[in-house]
Design a protein around this ligand. Structure first.
Ligand code: MLT
Ligand code: MN
Ligand code: ZN
Length: 321
């Protein structure tokens, strides 16, 4: 007798394609202790590509942020290359959390599509990518994009059936405006507007599983805190360990908070915030800058993160929800 057909709801996957912040790890021109250690093959340092995740699977995926390293990331992710036709990709659509270089320039690499690329972003990110850094206008000379506005009023988005990505049907996405900064080429760099950056609640309506994803998070608003408390896993901004990290190293005159990233250490830092979440919530850092000492797996900072029950995500990590 055949077993009864399985009625278990289908889990969705979050696959970390790139766990580093802009610049990657190692960064091309950086000879800091950590970047040098990766190049030297240190057993305590793992190379990382720039910020992106893919959501869905096993064959239909939503690409969330389009990293400049996307071609490498796809080579390392066979599931995103299901090869169902002579020209084919598992990427059914793209969603952008902001209009920064590390999250958007990978769109150029998708230009060989036969049909316009289905793309979700907020209106301000769409403006940045049409004006300050007109990637979307340039793409218009290739495949073009089929742009959909990501609402900021809490309305959830579901991907339309016309995308022919049935495995993404249970996915519901809610964007949350974040306190952060738009890119330097944004017309409102110094006067951020709502929607420059968003975090996402990703929900699998079949399993009830929920994940919060916010690779650039400058402050924890009440709405963000509520979202973080409503999920099974948070995948949040791991850019800097200290607020003055880039200043101390002599790389910048701006603090982490100045450029829209909440550092992990110190009062009100990300570790303190994560420590207030329920114990059962899985807590992961993503978008980690090459200067961050947590990238040295033998460092006291890395031990402090792990002792706090927080994971440091890495390229290829998968999370089911
Ligand atoms: C950021 O997250 O602050 C930006 O992506 C930095 C950059 O890539 O220049
Ligand atoms: Mn970034
Ligand atoms: Zn470095």
């Amino acid at each position: 007798m055949n077993p009864a057909p399985s009625t278990a709801p289908q889990a969705l996957t979050v696959r970390v394609l790139g766990s580093a912040a802009g610049g990657g790890f190692p960064q091309w021109n950086c000879n800091c202790r950590q970047c040098a250690a990766v190049r030297a093959g240190s057993p305590h340092h793992r190379a990382r590509t720039q910020s992106s995740i893919a959501v869905g699977g096993p064959q239909d995926w939503l690409l969330v942020n389009a990293s400049p390293d996307i071609l490498t990331q796809l080579q390392r992710s066979p599931a995103l290359q299901p090869a169902r036709a002579l020209r084919d990709s598992g990427i059914a659509a793209v969603l952008l959390c902001d209009g920064q270089i590390d999250h958007s320039t990978g769109l150029f690499m998708l230009r060989e599509r036969g049909r316009p690329l289905p793309l979700w972003s907020t209106r301000p990110a769409h403006e940045d990518l049409s004006q300050g850094n007109p990637i979307l206008r340039v793409l218009g000379h290739y495949c073009g994009v089929d742009w959909h506005e990501l609402p900021l009023d809490g309305t959830a988005v579901r991907l339309p059936a016309a995308l022919e990505a049935p495995q993404l049907a249970p996915l519901r996405i809610t964007a949350l405006p974040l306190d952060s900064k738009p890119a330097p080429y944004s017309p409102h760099r110094e006067a951020p507007v709502e929607g420059d950056n968003v975090g996402l609640v990703l929900e699998n309506t079949a399993t009830g599983g929920r994940v919060f994803y916010a690779p650039g998070l400058g402050a924890i608003s009440p709405a963000v805190w509520a979202a973080m408390n409503s999920v099974d896993a948070v995948l949040v901004d791991g850019t800097f360990w200290t607020d003055d990290e880039m200043i101390t190293l002599g790389f910048s005159r701006k603090t982490a908070r100045d450029i829209g990233h909440l550092p992990q250490s110190g009062a009100g830092g990300m570790l303190e915030v994560l420590g207030r979440l329920p114990v059962r919530t899985r807590k992961l850092l993503i978008h980690i800058n090459n200067t961050n000492p947590i990238l040295d797996e033998a460092s006291p900072e890395r031990r402090a993160v792990e002792a706090a029950g927080v994971e440091v995500s890495f390229d290829g990590l998968e999370l089911l929800f």
